[in-house]
Design a protein around this ligand. Structure first.
Ligand SMILES: C[S@@+](CC[C@H](N)C(=O)[O-])C[C@H]1O[C@@H](n2cnc3c(N)ncnc32)[C@H](O)[C@@H]1O
Length: 273
């Protein structure tokens, strides 16, 4: 039986994992998250003069992307290790430590709040959306991205299917997530419940390039949280079979001696009316 949802256990698990991943995140998992930045900024209508907050900013690539458009950018994350990387990368952004469920900003501070693959890591995503709503000015936009379901998202499907065939998808002893925030319908509904109007979702496609299947698995193992825990929990012989399975099924994505695996994300957005 799955353990009961415990928000503090989720927060502690996520915090420990992201602290550990921070030093290598930029060279590993960020390769999957960066292709969606411009679409996310477009969805939040970030332009010159916008004051924007990048929630769960990690190394701050989205905040820097906003700044490149002429926005004034803040970044917030609960991982001091991620923020150390962010501050070293971009001194022009104000990076603050804090929790997405309790933002350390006054009401109506920002024109835009964005989160690139951050909201679903928060124990209670609806609370994070309510906080985004609170700190937005009237007419301001929220936009967040999350991974499309494996049917649309080839890299994730390759890994999950290989683990199901040769290992155990439930092998990691990770705290149960809150749930209810995985599909486009659930996310649009959560935006409406947080008070947003004009709620929309759209699918964005990209590719994630690796030298081979082993490179893909290594990037996920080093640069993620739940996915890393699942991979680490597989016995060594199962892991060998998992990598071989991914290699066989990714053969069709070969590109100049590497693999360019399709990935897909949903971008959800809304307006504070
Ligand atoms: C997948 S990374 C995304 C990083 C970045 N937004 C990007 O585009 O690559 C998830 C980030 O969420 C942060 N995070 C997770 N839970 C959080 C919370 N409750 N409050 C603030 N940050 C959180 C992690 O520290 C990590 O930096």
């Amino acid at each position: 039986m799955a353990a009961a949802f415990d928000p503090e256990a989720v927060r502690a698990f996520e915090h420990a994992r992201w602290q550990r991943a921070a030093a290598v995140y930029g060279e590993t998992f960020a390769g999957a998250t960066r292709p969606f930045i411009e679409a996310l900024l477009d969805a939040a209508r970030v332009a010159s003069g916008t004051s924007m907050l990048d929630v769960a900013c990690g190394p701050g690539f989205v905040a820097s992307g906003g700044r490149a458009r002429g926005a004034t950018a803040w970044g917030l994350d609960f991982s001091p290790a991620m923020l150390a990387v962010a501050r070293a990368r971009d001194e022009a952004v104000q990076f603050d430590v804090g929790d997405a469920e309790a933002l350390p900003y006054a009401d109506a501070t920002f024109d835009a709040v964005v989160a690139n693959f951050g909201i679903h890591h928060v124990p209670r995503p609806p609370l994070a959306l309510c906080e985004a709503h609170r700190v937005l000015r009237r007419g301001g936009c929220v936009a967040f991205s999350f991974w499309a379901e494996p049917a649309e998202n080839v890299a994730w499907r390759l890994v999950f299917d290989a683990v199901a065939r040769h290992g155990d998808r439930t092998a990691a002893q990770t705290p149960s997530p809150g749930g209810g925030f995985a599909t486009t319908a659930q996310c649009a509904e959560a935006l409406r419940e947080a008070g947003f109007a004009d709620c929309t979702t759209h699918l964005v496609r990209a590719t994630w390039r690796h030298r081979d299947a082993e490179g893909l698995v290594a990037a996920l193992r080093a640069g993620t949280a739940r996915m890393a825990a699942m991979i680490e929990a597989q016995p060594p012989d199962a892991l060998v079979a998992i990598v071989a399975d991914i290699a066989a099924n990714a053969a069709g994505y070969g590109d100049s001696g590497a693999i360019a695996v399709p990935i897909a994300a949903v971008i959800a957005s809304g307006v504070k009316s």
